[in-house]
Design a protein around this ligand. Sequence first.
Ligand SMILES: [Zn+2]
Length: 146
Amino acid sequence: MEKLAQTKDFCPNAACPDYGKLQDDQSKANLKKIGKTPRGVQRYQCKTCGKTFTETKGTIFYRKHAQEDEILEVLALLAEGNRISTLTRVKGIKEDTILSWLREAARHADQLEAVLMKEYHLKRAQLDGLWSFVANKGEKKLSRDR
Ligand SMILES: [Zn+2]
């Protein structure tokens, strides 16, 4: 299993030399806090690459793509009954991409469930609906309503 790390634990910029380096493992942390968004989300800046990003609710898989927190959010939205077509429109993510994320997620279901329930407050039935949706991938929406 991959190690879970919060976004704030490392630079999520894949092009950055410090990408994926946990702050705890470094003598000098490269991330600094730079205030909050209007919605109160902590913002960070990487001193190495200069990129700024926010501490999201997402937990991402250390050593995997920084995309993972977006993937988790999409999973949560799907589990809550949103259609893929809606997410495609609102988030600008291709349907094929979302479907590939779902397939990947299904392989990590046990681990993801804990994160989704804790961070996204999803319920058991919503998760069951999500996985059965993945099993029937290609369907345009979740069969289960919220
Ligand atoms: Zn960086």
